[in-house]
Design a binder for this molecule. Sequence first.
Ligand code: FAD
Length: 163
Amino acid sequence: MTRDGNKALLDHKADGRTVLLFGLTLVGDAALTTDYLWGVGCGWALESSAWLADEVGPVLTQPAPSAADVDRALQRYARRHHHELAAHHFFIADLAGGRMLNPLERLMFAAAAHDERLASNLAHYGGRVITPWQFLSPAKVARSLRVQTAASRATRATTAATR
Ligand SMILES: Cc1cc2nc3c(=O)[nH]c(=O)nc-3n(C[C@H](O)[C@H](O)[C@H](O)COP(=O)(O)OP(=O)(O)OC[C@H]3O[C@@H](n4cnc5c(N)ncnc54)[C@H](O)[C@@H]3O)c2cc1C
């Protein structure tokens, strides 16, 4: 994808479109279009449909659902959509501009190569099973610092021993 292509995606500000007026809502790409490099779009389309069904289904199967109940269900769906996807979308869109990894990202990715728990944390983040905030929790950042410091020391010691 070209930088211009990424820019077009970044310009596609769609994450505020989960709830519209008059009982109308959106799922999938219609609600949120994200850089497809990360392969999340199909999963998010299915998940957002499931969240909508979870919230609206029980209301619509009532004998006489009111419009207010339907709207409240749509609001719950919108909140869930935002909670689950907004931060992931933010970080994906931020990276789509072609910037370099920042020091925190470099630390988390490098440390994951030396530690099974951090590798699992990274895999869960990449699989969008956890939020970016869970991925970057203070405990995980502290562990990454410890692991990466130890790995750097070990590399320096090995280099010195082989001279
Ligand atoms: C090049 C590319 C590569 C991608 N790679 C991946 C990947 O590897 N993994 C991944 O998870 N996602 C990937 N995606 C994203 C993924 O394709 C989308 O996120 C996903 O298809 C969204 O599903 P959707 O049902 O919301 O929308 P769509 O799949 O776009 O479905 C919308 C449907 O509505 C139809 N439609 C539109 N207007 C009307 C109308 N007026 N009346 C009737 N029908 C209408 C369209 O024809 C279409 O069939 C990729 C996208 C692109 C463009």
